[in-house]
Design a protein around this ligand. Structure first.
Ligand SMILES: NC(=O)c1ccc[n+]([C@@H]2O[C@H](COP(=O)([O-])OP(=O)(O)OC[C@H]3O[C@@H](n4cnc5c(N)ncnc54)[C@H](OP(=O)(O)O)[C@@H]3O)[C@@H](O)[C@H]2O)c1
Length: 347
């Protein structure tokens, strides 16, 4: 018999979680919890696996039949809700980012250890087969000595970032701007791709905002619209990256990454249909196309299916570990600190 799972939040991404729970052999019923009753009822009508809707989270914590809680809420609620769910004896799968400050993240990890429950954070791009293949190529030495990784990213959610009432634009609710939201995926992916060859050592960053006060100063309550950062790894390796939101409805074509090595450059795909390209110094091109989930929604689906199996069979996660989630947060908070102090930050 499968588990009784609770999904907390009825917004956009709850659809992806409910789709994965419907497909998983390890779940046979869902309680959907959200303060917006109409949104919960609409989701329940879409997904028959939802057997019960509640409008408060305490009913979830108090229900002993619920084994697992999946958090699809604004960022400022992630650690508070994860902590309470663990305290109530549930396993937790939390959407990214794990936390908006490191102390709260560590508190949740400690609670999970104390109560003997698992705490998993969504890192869906680690389920994109091209990312896994790119890591293999770097580790195998196909690029020679890797010295530079350049990547630009654009977040969707243009409507959210243009709406000052949306939680995504408020630092207190989102923990920052575009970096801690869509940029989060770039950060853990960059750490993963280079994780076999070097360690991150320092960060230099700069951010800017469209919303400024009458003196031209950024408004503190609103997160950044654009951020650029350099991560210094063991010499001579650097990651040079930027992230922004864009008005383009589908911003994926604007994403591009290159990992440069002494023998070859690896071109990371510009959109979800393109392959990896390894270009050698002599001009030869090697195309690496691996089938599997690539888009955020498809990769999250694969990630959640694996997390459910991980919990049900009590095994360790291969790549998306709690340590990887912590490292990504350390870089993100380091980027914010560096851009606000205008100083190099040692990791
Ligand atoms: N892995 C990925 O690729 C990916 C992609 C997209 C999103 N996400 C993550 O998924 C999470 C949810 O994002 P989303 O796009 O689904 O956001 P969303 O559409 O804004 O939905 C947020 C949900 O949280 C509820 N909520 C907001 N404030 C609340 C409060 N104070 N107390 C209780 N409930 C509250 C909202 O209820 P109301 O409707 O009443 O406001 C809504 O149900 C975020 O962490 C986001 O970063 C991940």
């Amino acid at each position: 018999m499968g588990w009784h799972v609770a999904v907390l939040g009825t917004g956009r991404w709850s659809e992806v979680h409910l789709r994965a729970l419907t497909a998983s052999p390890y779940c046979d019923r869902v309680t959907l919890a959200g303060r917006n009753r109409a949104a919960a009822a609409a989701r329940a009508a879409e997904f028959p696996i939802v057997q019960h809707c509640v409008d408060d989270f305490c009913s979830v914590y108090d229900d002993p039949s619920i084994e697992l809680v999946q958090i699809c809420l604004p960022h400022h609620l992630h650690t508070e809700v994860a902590y309470d769910a663990l305290q109530a004896g549930k396993h937790v799968i939390c959407e990214k980012p794990a936390a908006i400050d490191m102390a709260s993240f560590d508190r949740v990890v400690a609670k999970a250890e104390e109560v003997g429950r698992r705490y998993l954070v969504v890192m869906c791009q680690l389920y994109n087969p091209l990312v896994l293949r790119a890591r293999e190529l770097v580790d195998e030495g196909a690029l020679g000595r890797v010295f530079l990784y350049v990547e630009t990213g654009f977040s969707q959610h243009a409507d959210s970032y243009r709406n000052p009432d949306d939680w995504r634009t408020r630092v207190a609710l989102a923990g920052g701007g575009v970096l801690i939201d869509g940029g989060y995926h770039m950060v853990y992916k960059q750490l993963f791709l280079l994780g076999g060859v070097a360690r991150p050592r320092w960060i230099m960053a700069d951010a800017s905002q469209l919303n400024v006060d009458p003196r031209g100063k950024p408004i503190e309550a609103i997160g950044e619209d654009y951020i650029a950062y350099t991560i210094g790894f063991d010499e001579p390796l650097r990651v040079v990256s930027s992230h922004a939101w864009t008005l383009a409805a589908d911003a994926h074509p604007a994403r591009r990454g290159f990992i440069a090595g002494s023998d070859a450059t690896l071109e990371l795909p510009t959109n979800v249909t393109e392959p990896l390209i390894l270009r050698a110094a002599d001009g030869t091109e090697r195309i690496e196309d691996v089938p599997g989930p690539r888009s955020g929604a498809d990769a999250t689906h694969a990630c959640l299916l694996d997390y459910l199996e991980t919990l049900a069979t009590n095994r360790e996660l291969q790549n998306a570990s709690v340590a990887a989630a912590r490292s990504a947060l350390a870089v993100i908070f380091g980027v914010y600190k560096s851009s606000s102090l205008r100083q190099r930050i040692t990791l």
